[in-house]
Design a protein around this ligand. Sequence first.
Ligand SMILES: Nc1ncnc2c1ncn2[C@@H]1O[C@H](COP(=O)(O)OP(=O)(O)OP(=O)(O)O)[C@@H](O)[C@H]1O
Ligand SMILES: [Mg+2]
Length: 248
Amino acid sequence: MALLEIREVTMKFGSLMANRDVTFDLEEGSIVGLIGPNGAGKTTLFNCISGYYTPSSGKIFFDGKDITSSSANEIAKLGAVRTFQVVHPLKEMSVLDNTLIGAFLRTSNVKEASEVAMECIKACHLEEMVHRKAGTLTIGQKKRLEMARALATQPRILMLDEAMAGLTSTEVRASVELIKSIRDQGITLLVVEHIMEAIMPIADKVVVLDGGEKIAEGPPKEIINDEMVITAYFGEKFAKRLKEAKLS
Ligand SMILES: Nc1ncnc2c1ncn2[C@@H]1O[C@H](COP(=O)(O)OP(=O)(O)OP(=O)(O)O)[C@@H](O)[C@H]1O
Ligand SMILES: [Mg+2]
């Protein structure tokens, strides 16, 4: 049984179908890339999985448990946590305090929470910023803080919504290494990413959304070679970028 099972999820906003009958599995310990053009429905699907939206129809199972109608807090407690495409840390609070908010999901013991938070801050290479106000961080540091806060909840599934957007190429490489080390700790990852060069080499499987629908699913090598689908839906330019994304 897969750790996360998404079954025919449809999310309607009035007459707009942001997700339509989306079905796929997230195997425990894997990295799954969720890609597709702007407006494809990637963030909407994250909102459905993480309990910010209740899908109009379909089912979502986490470790066999139906979480379709569960709240964001219940789902986070079970162990599926997401980051946000637009990061909003509590600007007046320090990096440590922002990360503690995540850690307090599992414990009310301040010492324990601080230890977990510091570990996650170090993993995200923010130790030098630990007492800095979050509002003073660069976009790259804010994105890492978002990951540290999510990791501090000790998730089983971490869902990253464009965690690498706006980063320098050095920062992107560091994030790729961080994602791999998170996977090596046994955490399952669902990664929304437009930077093909970052996601394609590390994903075990890629799911392609377009217009709310899943149009392809498979190992990166297959997706890259699925030229008909890619070109038909994304045009030549996107197809070329996919092909050029280096595969390990
Ligand atoms: N709360 C909402 N109310 C109405 N329409 C919405 C809402 N959220 C998203 N949409 C619409 O749903 C569609 C899918 O949006 P979504 O944000 O999920 O796309 P995305 O794949 O994450 O795009 P991007 O790559 O630009 O982040 C878009 O047409 C969007 O305008
Ligand atoms: Mg989005």
